[in-house]
Ligand binder design. Structure first.
Ligand code: GLN
Length: 477
């Protein structure tokens, strides 16, 4: 069974409030803010689309008067004087800011395990079905240490929605950070087209790929939040003037017989779990049996995407992180021997190993003698990767159907094993290329694994055809 089967076994009641009362133990790391602090709407004002709707925000979006840390020592205590455009738009529509959510430090990671506040627990670790399965496993650890990662880096936002503490949450998506945790937490995770939603106030990871992402329980909700957020912003020159129909209501697709679904053959990688693979082909069969045309397509440069992303990401990181010098924002060490010594010690104390590692790699790729060979070459490969998608869509494909992650969520203790760290980069194989091409993509939950854990599949659309993409995803939901 696909799609709707996810509503069982723990979350069978339809009522949101009843669901909320039977939710697993609280898992969200509320970093700052208490609920409702921003709800200062005057009486008599007209209601916005999100009036009274609790929404959580990843802690890499600036929130006026509320600490914004990026889960890093470097920004502990930093209180921005302004709201990110997307936060302001949510508030303008009447949304209640529930809190700021945990993440990997500066959104670098795929597990939500590497922030200074500690890892995020996946609420599905406590589902009845999963616990029973684990009990049958003689090697399983005790319940306290035997829990699953949420995926990342927007894991706090995913946990918040998954545990019924809010209707929707903002994540950010640079290489999959909204879609990956959505897949692991049984949610819809939507990455809009690059340029459709403002990045102003989103603390940058990779400016040319970052996009604010949306996590919700269903596709319709994601579309409504997108309607509130989308649109040009004079404070972000990369936003485009695409016409958006508001409110952003999705039509119900009666039939899919006019659709052409592309299945990228290079996405069938050896690391893909057999369960995800079988769901992926069942989903393709479902479209076919309902009359859609399903064809195999080729995205020939897929195998270069992880390495290409690494070079471009770390290069932009090296440049972006230069602003954290102990003078302007957040942390400053006590050393006052010299300015250089202060810079170095501040950055050593402020950043974790992952961030420091990326700054080092990026600076290496940007060295005068390496720039052409690495950075410029990676930019050319990025163009080839983006063109692969253009060619697929030009051949008549409306949306691509792919897995979101290689497998279901893994236990934390397994994830942090040293030899699994490289696997974690590999886990972005289905999501990163989309960011390099600037396309919209959505992960939706399709079924539970044998372990009782959610598995998501991803739909990828043409640039700025976000509404068409979500309409197809809604049909499948
Ligand atoms: N896992 C990827 C990285 O660590 C993507 C992160 C993201 O999308 N924020 O760079």
């Amino acid at each position: 069974m696909l799609g709707r089967s996810l509503r069982e076994p723990d979350f069978e009641t339809k009522s949101w409030l009843r669901r909320r009362m039977s939710c697993p133990p609280p898992v969200l790391k509320l970093i700052s803010a208490s609920p409702f602090i921003h709800y200062t709407k005057c009486r008599g004002q007209s209601l916005g689309d999100l009036d009274g709707i609790p929404i959580a925000v990843k802690d890499n979006f600036s929130t006026s008067g509320i600490e914004t840390t990026c889960a890093s020592n470097m920004l502990k205590g930093y209180i921005p004087p302004y709201n990110a455009t997307v936060v302001q738009k949510l508030l303008d529509q009447g949304a209640l800011l529930m809190g700021k959510t945990n993440l990997d430090e500066f959104a670098m990671g795929s597990g939500s395990t590497d922030g200074v506040f500690g890892p995020v627990k996946n609420p599905w670790s406590y589902s009845k079905q999963y616990r029973e399965k684990r009990k049958q496993n003689p090697h399983s650890e005790n319940e306290d240490s035997d829990w699953l990662i949420t995926g990342g880096s927007s894991g706090g936002s995913a946990a918040a929605v998954s545990a019924f503490t809010c209707y929707a949450a903002l994540g950010s998506d640079t290489g999959g950070s909204t879609r990956n945790p959505a897949a692991h937490c049984g949610l819809v995770g939507f990455k809009p087209s690059y340029g459709l939603v403002s990045r102003h106030g989103l603390i940058p990871l990779v400016n040319s790929m970052d996009v604010p992402g949306i996590l919700t329980r269903c596709v319709d909700d994601a579309a409504i939040v997108l309607g509130a957020l989308a649109g040009p912003d004079p404070r972000d020159s990369t936003t485009v003037h695409e016409p958006i129909n508001k409110p952003f209501m999705l039509p119900s697709l009666a039939d899919v017989s006019k659709l052409c679904i592309g299945i990228p053959k290079e996405y069938l990688v050896p690391e893909l779990s057999s369960e995800v693979q079988s769901l992926w082909s069942k989903a393709a069969d479902l479209f076919e049996s309902e009359g859609a045309k399903v064809i195999e397509v080729s995205l020939p440069h897929t195998s270069y995407s992880i390495v290409c992303y690494h070079v471009l990401c770390t290069s932009e990181v090296a440049s972006n992180m230069a602003r954290f010098d102990g003078l302007q924002y957040g942390h400053r060490c006590d050393i006052d021997v010299s300015t250089e010594a202060m810079y170095a010690a501040t950055r050593r104390e402020g950043f974790n190993d992952v961030v420091r590692g990326r700054i080092l790699s990026g600076n290496f790729f940007l060295l005068k003698e390496n720039y052409e060979n690495y950075f410029v070459k990676a930019q050319k490969v990025r163009r080839l990767i983006a063109n692969d998608f253009v060619n697929a869509f030009n051949s008549g494909v409306d949306v691509l159907l792919t897995p979101t992650t290689l497998s279901e969520a893994v236990p934390y203790l397994e994830f942090i094993k040293e030899d699994n760290r490289t696997r974690s980069a590999q886990d972005d194989i289905f999501t990163q290329a989309v960011n390099m091409a600037g396309l919209p993509a959505v992960s939706i939950p399709v079924a539970l694994s044998n372990q009782g854990l959610p598995i998501g599949l991803q739909f990828i659309g043409r640039a700025f055809c976000d509404q068409q993409l979500l309409t197809v995803a809604k049909w499948f939901e």
